[in-house]
Design a protein around this ligand. Structure first.
Ligand SMILES: Nc1nc2c(c(=O)[nH]1)N[C@H]1C(S)=C(S)[C@@H](COP(=O)(O)OP(=O)(O)OC[C@H]3O[C@@H](n4cnc5c(=O)[nH]c(N)nc54)[C@H](O)[C@@H]3O)O[C@H]1N2
Ligand SMILES: Nc1nc2c(c(=O)[nH]1)N[C@H]1C(S)=C(S)[C@@H](COP(=O)(O)OP(=O)(O)OC[C@H]3O[C@@H](n4cnc5c(=O)[nH]c(N)nc54)[C@H](O)[C@@H]3O)O[C@H]1N2
Ligand code: SF4
Ligand SMILES: [Mo]
Length: 723
């Protein structure tokens, strides 16, 4: 039995903070959520959750939360309440005037990470700006998954697919740059991931390739590696597999294109160079290759640590190549592409191909029609045709999450119109002209649409709001719809469906859109044609705890979303050739003064937020991890202040000496350095590490436009010596 929003009782819901999307039970008393616990009847999470899910109650009732529309009345951070009608009218008229005067691309949107867990959010947010003629879609892609997206575009002809390891039957998993004990696993929806990883380790091995001996590495097998060198290790491993006949050439000949060209080209990879670049001895590279190839089932899986380096696209392509060449692609226990519940069967949605348009700043090829993130500030600051003058930041905090926060602040202050959709005044929203208060996930309905293809045990869960929106908070969809309505235009769902609702009619909602997609998809009821199939209504009435779609994601169906005409993956493209050439000719200095800076996430925080709750943030200790050898060489002792300098900036931090990090590298978490409207967060230690990251396109990975966040060259000096 579902309970009406706000009614006292137990509400079935789910957490929308990370891909696990664990089932939750929220108890409401006198209209207020008093307790949040695990939903033991959820078909996949089966009672699993972490501290962050229940922590969202503190966010919901946080006294620092923004609950009325705010208008800037002075310098950054100086706001006064304003009525919704006045705010919407002013924003609508200014967006209209700016885009009429300067063209559609004068308007842009940054739609950040939390939107990935909010129904159709990217689709309707970008439909909003597109209706004014704007192509300026910004998001977290180039600081997160850009290399993976481009690898999928190249290998599978489909930038929308994210291969994931079939945890349920895998015997040998190699994790490149992921830390599931902290992150709960990403680009794969597996609420009980750790249990699966423990089982894999018992059956075979979980090998964590990481410059830090992480929480996950300590639990399984750690393979230390120099930051930003994964492509070398992967190229070396594949070369060994080819040389020792450990690849499946019959399978490759039948189902894959270009593999022979790749194999030829890899002959020239020198294993001694692999050792020099990665810090991994040649015999160990050979052992890693042999163990992978001889395992019953195996998969390479990469996450953010193999996505923000100088050769990350190639690294991701080589992971696919190893999975495919050893016969582990589309095989149970190997690497899968999931069935998409919201796509028509046999007709995958495909993003515009790589490079079909280019960025105004840096002339970079766009990946999946998203602007290269690091150029956001210059897209506002640099004059010329298409210069951005109005920006919506929805679910994001680019001042802390993008490179060069200082420049981003300057750019935001230069905008003619800056609208933030958020429930906090974060470090970016301080510069907004308006902050429009939005709901937390307890205050809205949702279905787990975006990541549903990426689950080893696929499920769908459609939930109603637990409580009504607090204060004057509104759903993002309704905010965009209200702005468009003020201008006499259809709402974003009508725009996406190509409808022109009659005057005075509300038009469809984003749930109509998602319902139509579900019903026409592989699990849908075909609007009556398949009576056993699903609709939103049926999910709501019959499966309040969520509906498991299959016991296992069918491995063989991975081929369905390979989008090339012949349904064959490509292991040789012009881009692959250029990238291997670039890798081979890449000279890396061995300057003993220079260290490579990489990142880490905090168990009790979520990127730049969730830092305003005692419950969530306790124990957060943002320190610079440094190897004892590097500390000794620099006369740095534990707990001391040091200055880190990069090409782009400098910050002062506290050092923690540990042999958990490989020599020659240092590690600092992102998302700190608060000065927004969140009082407790502001009082935390820590600074914005992205002040050290470069927003110069010359420093991005040229093919993907990815920012270099892991492997930034830095110098570290004791603070008393710094000048
Ligand atoms: N150096 C370095 N930088 C990084 C990373 C790194 O590892 N190292 N990681 C990168 C990654 S992977 C990501 S995804 C990005 C994330 O960076 P962003 O996309 O900027 O997202 P967050 O920092 O999570 O900020 C989220 C904001 O959205 C608000 N919010 C939360 N839920 C909702 C909601 O439902 N609606 C609305 N309207 N607002 C909401 C929060 O209050 C917060 O202000 O950071 C990236 N930056
Ligand atoms: N608690 C918590 N959970 C989160 C988040 C959070 O902020 N907090 N953020 C969420 C988001 S937005 C995302 S995208 C996911 C990310 O999920 P993960 O990718 O699993 O998250 P990280 O903990 O950043 O793991 C990245 C790892 O890469 C390593 N690394 C850095 N550089 C390199 C390199 O060059 N090579 C290799 N091989 N490894 C490298 C780092 O040491 C780190 O251990 O987590 C999500 N879950
Ligand atoms: S693992 Fe934690 S943050 Fe992720 S969905 Fe589950 S409860 Fe939420
Ligand atoms: Mo992310």
């Amino acid at each position: 039995m579902t309970v009406e929003p706000g009614a006292d009782g137990r509400h079935i819901t789910y957490c929308r903070l990370c891909e696990a999307q664990c089932g939750l039970i929220a108890e409401v008393e006198n209209g207020r959520i008093v307790h949040v616990g695990p939903d033991r009847d959820h078909p996949v999470s089966r009672g699993h959750l972490c501290v962050k899910g229940p922590g969202m109650v503190n966010v919901t009732y946080d006294q620092d939360r923004v609950l009325t529309p705010l208008k800037r009345v002075g310098g950054p951070g100086d706001f006064a309440p304003v009525g919704w009608d006045e705010a919407i009218a002013d924003i609508a008229e200014r967006v209209d005037a700016i885009t009429k005067r300067y063209g559609g691309n004068a308007l842009g949107a940054y739609i950040g990470n939390p939107a990935a867990f909010s129904t159709m959010h990217y689709a309707y947010g970008y439909a909003f700006i597109q209706s004014f003629g704007s192509e300026k879609r910004y998001n977290a892609m180039q600081v997160d998954t850009g290399a993976r997206v481009l690898a999928s575009d190249q290998v599978f002809g489909n930038a929308n697919v994210y291969p994931f390891p079939d945890l349920l039957d895998c015997d040998h998993l190699m994790i490149f740059g992921g830390n599931p004990v902290v992150s709960k696993m990403s680009l794969i929806c597996a609420p009980r991931a750790l249990q699966h990883l423990d089982d894999i380790a018992k059956r075979g091995a979980v090998i964590v390739v990481d410059p830090r001996n992480t929480e996950t590495a300590k639990r399984y097998e750690h393979q230390p590696i120099a930051p930003d060198s994964d492509a070398w290790l992967l190229a070396g491993m594949l070369k060994v597999m080819i040389g020792e006949g450990l690849v499946q050439t019959d399978f490759l000949s039948e189902r894959v294109v270009g593999w022979d060209r790749l194999f030829d080209r890899l002959q020239s990879v020198d294993l001694a160079t692999v050792e020099q670049k990665t810090g991994i001895a040649v015999p160990r590279v050979e052992e890693l290759a042999r163990r992978f190839a001889s395992a019953r089932t195996a998969a390479c899986y990469g996450r953010v640590g193999s996505n923000r380096g100088s050769f990350s696209t190639l690294a991701n392509i080589l992971m696919d190549a190893i999975n495919i060449a050893t016969g582990n692609f589309a095989r149970e226990g190997g690497s899968l592409i999931g069935v998409a519940p919201f796509e028509p069967e046999g007709a995958p949605y495909i993003a515009p191909a790589h490079g079909s348009s280019r960025s105004r700043i840096g002339d970079l090829p766009l990946v999946a029609a998203v602007q290269p993130g690091g150029t956001l500030a210059d897209d506002i600051l640099v004059p010329g045709d298409g210069q951005m003058r109005a920006l919506f930041v929805d679910c994001g905090n680019p001042v802390l999450s993008y490179p060069d926060g200082d420049k981003t602040e300057r750019a935001f202050e230069a905008l003619d119109l800056f609208v933030s959709l958020d429930f906090y005044m974060n470090e970016s929203a301080r510069y907004a002209h308006y902050i429009l208060p939005t709901t937390t996930f307890f205050e809205r309905a949702d279905i787990n649409d975006l990541w549903s293809p990426n689950a080893p045990e696929p499920w769908l869960h459609y939930v109603q709001p637990v409580i009504e929106p607090l204060g004057q908070a509104r759903h993002e969809f309704d905010i965009y719809a209200a702005i468009l309505r003020h201008l006499g235009r259809p709402n974003p769902a009508a725009l996406l469906m190509g409808q022109e609702p009659a005057d005075g009619e509300e038009g469809p909602s984003h749930f109509d859109l998602v319902d139509a997609a579900l019903r026409m998809g592989p699990f849908g009821d075909g609007f009556g044609a398949k009576p056993d199939g699903l609709s939103l209504e049926k999910l709501k009435e019959e499966y309040p705890h969520g509906k498991k779609l299959a016991d296992r994601m069918p491995a063989e169906r991975s081929w369905d979303r390979v989008a090339s005409d012949d349904r064959k993956p490509r292991l040789w493209t012009d881009l692959i050739e250029t990238e291997i050439d670039r890798l081979s000719s890449h000279a890396s200095g061995n300057d003993p003064v220079v260290l490579k800076l990489f990142g880490r996430r905090m168990l009790h925080g979520m990127n730049s937020w969730l830092h305003n709750s005692d419950r969530v943030i306790r124990n957060a200790k943002p320190t610079l991890l440094m190897h004892p050898n590097d500390a000794r060489n620099r006369q740095i002792s534990d707990g001391k202040s040091v200055r880190i300098r990069s090409k782009s900036g400098q910050i002062d931090v506290t050092v923690e000496i540990t042999d958990d990090v490989v020599p020659g590298s240092v590690c600092y978490p992102h998302g700190f350095g608060h000065n927004g409207g969140w009082q407790k967060a502001n009082a935390l230690d820590g600074v914005n590490v992205n002040l050290l990251a470069s927003s110069d396109p010359a420093d991005f990975e040229p093919v993907s436009g990815n920012c270099l966040l892991d492997g930034i060259p830095v110098e570290v000096t004791p603070l008393q010596d710094a000048h």
